[in-house]
Design a protein around this ligand. Structure first.
Ligand code: MRU
Length: 361
């Protein structure tokens, strides 16, 4: 995807030195486009923990590069680094998936072969994600194209950021939207602001704007009203973990959108790559660990002042406590279907087995 006409991925190896890792500092977007250099695994871990990089597939890819940085510095550190990287964020299963891939690739290799293999594996994970997301776009496109052909336009609602900034390229939920736009359909996106961290207002709006896709940012509470008035043709969201029975963990507030969609007969689709499937877990509400983040994300807001300064202000009454669960689980029964790189399916064990028969074994 492009920023000011220049194509980027959201993580890459510096072509100058051939080993350090580059990311966008997503805590600075949309006010400043700043590229950060990660020179060791601790910096990669910090970038994930502080959400300089975020979004389930991107977290996995950056963690994989974190392993590569660690192997370059000390190939004997594998058993220490894997759990440390895995502990950076609890909900997105892509993190464990990427680290498991690195473990499988590296643990039997002689020490001196580990660094090169770890870089190779991280690159394969990144390439796989970019191609997977492109296919998700292709498989989601007909949903939008059908509505656009019937109505002349299509209104999509999305929550959080599941675009190219959350993956290596293309995005999951946004990939079909980019493809519909590029195919000439009249697409408009309702962008939930996604409090408390505003990934919708800051990142999804930034991405869609950069790509020229029509969009309108709405308060998180507006979606139900818009659905009641026929302003939403379909919802598409990304996810951090999908269970064996098709339950979906995603950014806090997703569940409420799914409830409103069900009440209003609006299709509610979830886009995911294979790396987001967690076959070990069945009941998402009971079993998926939900990240609890700090109070300050709720009590404070960050933005840019008219004279260009980035400032954080308190918006909650002094002395009030705040709670900050970062994700929720939408039960499979509220999900119209899943959009994957292998096609679309019902959000159920049977639906997933059809597309991923190898998981059944
Ligand atoms: O806390 P974040 O910003 O990492 O949460 C991101 C989301 O919830 C995304 O919707 C999800 O990771 C899917 S990204 C393709």
């Amino acid at each position: 995807m492009k920023i000011n006409g220049t194509p980027y991925r959201s993580v890459w190896v510096d072509p100058e030195d051939g080993w350090s890792v580059r990311i966008f500092d997503q805590t600075r977007l949309p006010w400043a486009v700043e590229i950060l250099r990660l020179a060791n695994w601790e910096e990669a871990a910090r970038a994930i923990k502080t959400m300089q990089v975020r979004g389930a597939p991107l977290i996995g890819a950056v963690a994989a590069y974190g392993v590569a940085l660690a192997m370059r510095a000390d190939p004997g550190s594998l058993d220490r680094v894997l759990p440390a990287l895995n502990a950076t964020r609890p909900t997105a299963i892509n993190l464990r998936w990427a680290l498991d891939r690195q473990r499988a690739r590296l643990h039997n290799l002689p020490i001196e072969a580990r660094a090169a293999a770890a870089y190779e594996e991280a690159a394969a994970i990144a390439d796989d994600d970019a191609e997977t997301c492109r296919r998700i776009g292709e498989n989601g496109l007909p949903l939008l194209a059908e509505i656009a052909a019937r109505k002349g336009k299509v209104n999509v609602l999305t929550h959080c950021n599941a675009g190219w900034l959350a993956t290596v390229d293309w995005g999951t939920a946004l990939a079909p939207i980019y493809m519909a736009h590029d195919a000439g359909h009249d697409v408009h996106v309702w962008v939930d602001e996604t409090r408390p961290r505003n990934q919708g207002a800051a990142l999804t709006a930034f991405e869609l704007g950069a790509h020229g896709v029509k969009h309108t940012v709405i308060a998180d509470n507006a979606g139900g009203h818009l659905m009641q008035h026929g302003e939403v043709d379909l919802c598409i969201v990304g996810t951090d973990r999908v269970t064996r029975q098709g339950d979906v963990a995603n950014k806090i507030g997703t569940y409420l959108k799914a409830l409103a969609a069900r009440d209003n007969g609006v299709p509610f689709w979830v886009a995911l790559p294979h790396s987001t499937l967690d076959w070990r877990v069945r009941d998402g509400v009971a079993e998926i660990p939900i990240e609890e983040r700090g109070e300050a994300e709720v009590t404070e807001l960050t933005g840019r002042t008219a004279d260009g300064r980035i400032e954080t202000v308190r918006v909650v009454a002094e002395g009030s406590a705040a709670a900050n669960p970062a994700f929720d689980v939408t039960p499979a029964r509220l999900v119209t279907g899943l959009i994957t790189e292998r096609g679309r399916c019902e959000a159920s064990e049977a639906g997933l087995r059809d597309l991923y028969p190898e998981l059944a074994g």
